[in-house]
Design a protein around this ligand. Structure first.
Ligand SMILES: Cc1cc2nc3c(=O)[nH]c(=O)nc-3n(C[C@H](O)[C@H](O)[C@H](O)COP(=O)(O)O)c2cc1C
Length: 386
């Protein structure tokens, strides 16, 4: 049989991904001082061992204030480069491509982790050494009524932030990452400038779509200028806000064309997050995509499909992609070029290997690392599975 598309390599600039299965960026809220540690090592290398082709770190903050929580990773100093380096090497040694997502949480910074409901930090957290800080955004309007006012960024601060993203990209290259993604989704800083629901500025960084896209596009230009030309650049967007009057799929098609023109190789098509708690959830304050039943398998794939077709740019689909045949169909039908999985891979880091088996392209467990493969095959024979 011919190899399923899911397991065929794909070339992006000078980087060849061994297959099209991607670990979506996943915040672990397990760092201190923004430093990746043994937990992140064991977490990320598991996916490389499980034959995920492209392994993303969690959103790594470009400045300390850009973290969502005190436990988020960062890439604002050289100690963080050194902390990531062994992880990068191990992912590479296992045959996968190491990737980093760089981010600023914007209005959603200074929060508790999701298992504490992602609420904003307050004075009670300070006693435990987890002092709150002032979140930044396009205006002072907080992400929801439950949050303290944000700091409205000045034009000088915007320019500084563009430079911080570029410096973070340069550090990411130093750490050995081969793919870089700018996080422009989920209500975080760049998205909060894009969306008319959150960007009420009346200077050149606000107003019409061109004004609202300006900050994000400046970040992309500055990052592309320092991120090595032979390495691919991804941008994650929220293809739609959801609530009426918000950022739309039409807007995303326009943005994707602008991104492509600035050297972005892949548009990663997520959605939602402009309001509500600082998590991946689209919107818990009552408007769009608010319940799990509104997120059936592949619910965001139509965004990747339309952007791919109309902006003629490679896309990554994400969101409740759970089965090998589902992932393969997305690729076969030309709806996306890559498929990213989050929770399904957390649940089963060997998802890709099991998908290969289900799709019939690894009958003898040869895709597994040698150290495992012979024993996995023996196990299958004993169980009468092969
Ligand atoms: C624990 C957790 C942490 C996440 N952290 C990030 C993140 O750092 N950056 C990001 O862009 N998305 C983040 N997301 C969203 C995921 O990358 C992914 O888009 C989402 O979970 C949908 O994919 P899934 O249905 O395969 O899990 C996170 C999701 C989860 C569950």
């Amino acid at each position: 049989m011919s190899l399923p598309l899911l397991f065929q390599p794909i070339q992006l600039r000078a980087v060849t991904l061994p297959n099209r299965v991607v670990l979506s960026p996943l915040c672990m809220y397990a760092a201190w001082d923004g430093l990746a540690n043994a937990f992140h090592f064991s977490h990320l290398t598991a996916f490389a061992r499980g034959r995920v082709g492209l392994v993303f770190t969690e959103a790594s903050a470009v400045v300390p204030e850009g973290r969502i929580t005190h436990g988020c990773c960062g890439i604002w100093n050289d100690a963080q480069v050194e902390a990531y380096r062994p992880i990068v090497k191990a992912i590479t040694d296992l045959g996968a491509v190491p990737a980093i997502q760089i981010a600023h949480a914007g209005r959603k910074a200074s929060a508790r982790p999701p298992w504490q409901a992602g609420a904003p930090l307050d004075a009670s957290d300070a006693a435990a050494g987890l002092a709150p800080w002032t979140a930044s955004g396009p205006t002072a309007e907080p992400v929801s009524a439950a949050w303290p006012a944000a700091h409205a960024m000045t034009e000088v601060e915007i320019a500084g932030m563009v430079a911080s993203f570029a410096a973070a990209a340069a550090r990411s290259a130093k750490a050995g990452f081969r793919v870089l993604e700018i996080h422009a989704a989920h209500g975080y800083l760049i998205h909060s400038f894009l969306s008319p629901l959150s960007n009420k500025r009346n200077d050149r960084y606000g107003g019409d779509r061109t004004g609202r896209m300006r900050f994000g596009l400046e970040v992309v230009e500055a990052v592309r200028a320092v991120w090595p030309a032979e390495l691919p650049l991804f941008v994650r967007i929220s293809a739609i806000d959801g609530p009426a009057g918000g950022w739309s799929l039409d807007d995303s098609v326009v943005l994707a064309r602008e991104l492509k023109a600035r050297g972005v190789d892949v548009v990663d098509c997520s959605a939602g997050g402009i309001a509500g708690p600082p998590s991946f959830r689209a919107n818990d304050s009552g408007v769009a995509l608010k319940t799990n039943s509104e997120r059936p398998p592949g619910f965001q794939v139509p965004f990747a499909e339309r952007i791919r077709r109309e902006a003629e740019v490679a896309t990554m689909a994400v969101g409740v992609i759970v089965a090998g045949d589902q992932a393969e169909a997305i690729l076969q039908e030309g709806r996306a070029d890559l498929v990213a999985l989050g929770r399904e891979l957390m649940y089963d880091p060997y998802w890709a290997l099991k998908a290969a088996s289900t799709l019939g392209c690894d009958p003898e467990a040869k895709m597994w690392p040698n150290s495992y493969g012979w024993a996995i095959q023996r196990r299958a024979e004993i169980k009468g599975e092969r």
